[in-house]
Write a protein that binds this ligand. Structure first.
Ligand code: NAP
Length: 415
């Protein structure tokens, strides 16, 4: 007799889908710091529609987007989906994961029950008009971040994905290693190699904010791998050493500077002088690291408000500031003179397309890119790990939790 609910790590027969599952759930009345927002509950296993795949989750990666989900800021993701006509009054996050295909919907051809997969986080409607007309899927107006804008992410015993989100699991990895890197690696890869005219070329200095973080640890390795010169920014010596170990040519300690935030008003000569003094001093450190008066051809942005003016100032003529986030605030400011006088480019970049997702999985599979998993905890720790991100007190690299995997370091399913 099939059971309606299995305990975490208690594996149902392959392909048998129970009615209920454990999930780490956010609800609107708990919005706030992650420790308060996440709670383990039992909810219904979602139905599998056409083109969809139900995955038995073995491990899940922790990303900053579910810090935003738990805060309910800048978007109330549950309310947003309800306005779109969906009925669920809860959010199951998780944009990175690894596991086993447990059920497939109508029309799924390339993924089969029993496949071990690593999941990518971009969802889109393949029939959307812009995609039919040839748009890069990552720019489609139908694009959604799975497990952030959509429900049924990897923080549950079963998650729901589109078939194109499933990639073969690299044999060399444990469940938790496979679960922890895809979002950050693919986003960094697209930022660095996805924007024609400003892709990393051999010898290019590249300035990487948050070098010891999820995105930064991937960016340092990718820049080095393709012959660029990674220059990382980090707070404190332990994080700086981690960046050097990953291949950074040098590291700037941002705690030595205090010119952060929005630009001073145009009329504020004193404020502008202070900003320029800080930005120039940082530029000088970059030249010292590079060993020549060469400014970064690419500035790898994501902190946002605190750093954007500096990024645009430090970027080389004809270079690109490429951003995918705004941890310190999305109301960044720029000095337009720095943009037009030196023909610089300010480029937005969000997620990745299927090719870029697959490329980073292949780089890890080949042993060329380290997934940089530093921490793996238990399912109940999903809230506290997000809290560490929120407090900028997290360990270096990427973090994951075991979901149905019973032990760290394994990549098989125990029955
Ligand atoms: P992370 O692991 O927390 O790393 C971010 C790093 O930023 C931190 O380690 C910290 O390093 C640095 N930082 C924090 N406050 C800063 C400040 N005031 N000034 C300069 N640096 C600061 O997060 P992540 O996973 O790399 O993600 C970073 C951001 O990108 C998040 O906002 C996330 O939502 C976004 N993101 C977007 C996409 C996308 O597709 N659009 C994908 C992934 C991530 P130090 O303190 O050592 O400097």
């Amino acid at each position: 007799m099939p059971k309606s609910l299995y305990e975490l790590g208690e594996t149902p027969p392959l392909g048998e889908v129970p009615e209920r599952m454990y999930a780490s759930v956010i609800r609107q009345d708990r919005y706030g710091p992650p420790k308060q927002a996440f709670r383990t509950e039992v909810v219904d296993v979602p139905a599998v529609g056409a083109g969809e795949v139900l995955v038995y989750v073995m491990a899940a990666g922790i990303n900053y987007n579910n810090v935003w989900a738990s805060l309910g800021l800048p978007v109330d993701v549950i309310g947003m989906r309800q306005r779109q006509g969906l009925t669920e009054d809860f959010h199951i996050g998780g944009t990175d994961g690894s596991g086993v295909v447990w059920a497939v919907g109508e029309g799924v051809r390339h993924v089969r029950v029993g496949d071990r997969v690593v999941l990518s986080g971009g969802q889109y409607d393949e029939k959307d008009e812009d995609i039919m007309l040839g748009a890069d899927v990552a720019t489609s107006s139908s694009g959604r971040a799975w497990g952030y804008e959509t429900n049924y992410g990897s923080f549950a015993q079963f998650c729901l994905v589109r078939d194109y989100q499933c990639h073969p699991m690299p044999e060399r990895l444990s469940w938790e290693e496979a679960a922890g890197f895809v979002l950050c690696a693919s986003t960094a890869y697209r930022q660095l190699f996805g924007w024609q005219g400003n892709t990393v070329q051999p010898g290019d200095p590249v300035l990487i904010w948050g070098g010891a973080g999820g995105l930064g640890s991937m960016a340092i390795q990718l820049v080095k791998m393709f012959g660029g010169v990674p220059i990382a920014v980090a707070s404190g010596e332990a994080r700086a050493q981690y960046c050097r170990d990953l291949g950074a040519k040098g590291v700037i300690n941002r705690l030595e500077f205090d010119h952060w935030g929005r630009l001073p008003a145009m009329e504020d000569a004193e404020g502008m002088a202070k900003f320029l003094q800080g930005a120039r001093a940082m530029g000088k450190q970059i030249w010292e690291i590079v060993g020549a008066r060469k400014s970064p051809r690419i500035v790898f942005e994501h902190p946002g408000r605190d750093t954007l003016p500096t990024s645009l100032y430090l970027c080389a003529s004809g270079g690109m500031v490429v951003t995918c986030g705004a941890t310190t605030g999305y109301d960044g400011s720029i000095d337009l003179r720095h943009l037009w006088m030196r023909s610089k480019r300010l480029q937005g970049s969000h997620g990745a397309n299927a090719r870029q997702f697959r490329d980073v999985v292949s780089l890890v599979d080949a042993g060329l890119l380290d997934p940089c998993l530093s921490t793996c905890e238990r399912f109940e720790d999903i809230g506290s790990l997000h809290q560490l991100l929120f407090d900028n007190a997290h360990p270096v690299g990427n973090m994951a939790v075991l979901v149905n995997a019973r032990d760290r370091g394994t990549n098989t399913v125990e029955h």
